[in-house]
Design a protein around this ligand. Sequence first.
Ligand SMILES: *Cc1c(COP(=O)(O)O)cnc(C)c1O
Length: 399
Amino acid sequence: MQVPPFSLDAQLDALGKELDQAVLQVLRSGQYIGGSVIGGFEQAFAAAMGVPHAVGCNSGTDALVLALRGLGIGQGDEVITASFSFFATAEAISAVGATPVFVDVDPTTYLMDLDQIEAAITPATRVLLPVHLFGRPVDMERLCGIAARHGLKVVEDCAQATGASWAGRPVGSWGDVGCFSFFPTKNLGAAGDGGALTCRDGQLAQTLRELAVHGMPRRYLHTALGYNSRLDAIQAAVLAVKLPHLPRWVERRRAIAARYRQLLAGLAGIQLPAAGVAGHSWNQFVVRVPACLGGAKACAGSCTPSADSACFGMPEAGCRDWLKQQLQEAGVSTIIYYPIPIHRQPAFAPLGYGPGSLPVTERLCSEVLSLPIFPELSEAQQQRVIEVLGAVVQPLIAA
Ligand SMILES: *Cc1c(COP(=O)(O)O)cnc(C)c1O
């Protein structure tokens, strides 16, 4: 049995007819840019995210750029965020001319360590940009409290967390702006690129809307240098069909995560993600596979496993990479989010973060492994993942 990390097959079987119709309707209408299909989706999305305003745009990356521009962030400004994220989080900060300032993450939640924020604040700091990584919500009550005390804006990177909430309130409704991605593998995926911004302030929503269309409040009047970053009508039509299913899909993700947590709990050597907060939307189920403590070549089984890690005695690669390969050979596909932290990416070398500057982030990048999780993952497929993982890991632990 093959277990893919992600698949849309079953979803398309269920929604295919409706999607066909919705897409064909847009094609026949001839209104491919702008129009009621987009407006309708924006309203439905705003309602689902618990905010008065949502603005469609071309991608999650653009949503971040537009949010920062909309708040007037640019040259000379600093934005505090996490380096354990997809590259776009920091790329967007640099794209508007500002400087990303990274704080380390918590080793159990994988989220920005809120205890480290205040020490990173300087007179140039303007924005806190938390990332609800893997669908796990950041403690937004605390984060917004810190922002308020220091007069900072809050931009939420909700790209992986559509459908997640903190304290019963959807992510994206806490900060000044919420940034969502409809990349196909996210919790609500389009049939291509797409994104949205959420906010409570009507004036800001209007600014964001104009920035996304060439800084153009009315036809051929340009009051700002903006972008061509619209959500396509076809994508809005696809998303409008899918949106009503989001709560059920998130529930399925929660059930799959709970089952992984229950059935992998006894597997020594594999560290499970921290118990979910109620509002976790589980875009990924990410375990940690400790690297060989003895250091790659020196080890060969001679290193001493510590409390939270076990060396599998694999001399060539970190145990995570070796395990990934073993699983792949047994038909179970896994993914590494992310092998290189943002602050160690060549593109960000000019920022000057050396090796060891964010130790938890760096360690996670060498240990994390995402197991298959998507709403249509069958019980049999999940069972297979659990069996294969046990079959590979258990003999090593026992040895
Ligand atoms: C996917 C993602 C983005 C970017 O979204 P795109 O729609 O691919 O541009 C930004 N931040 C995070 C954390 C993401 O996972």
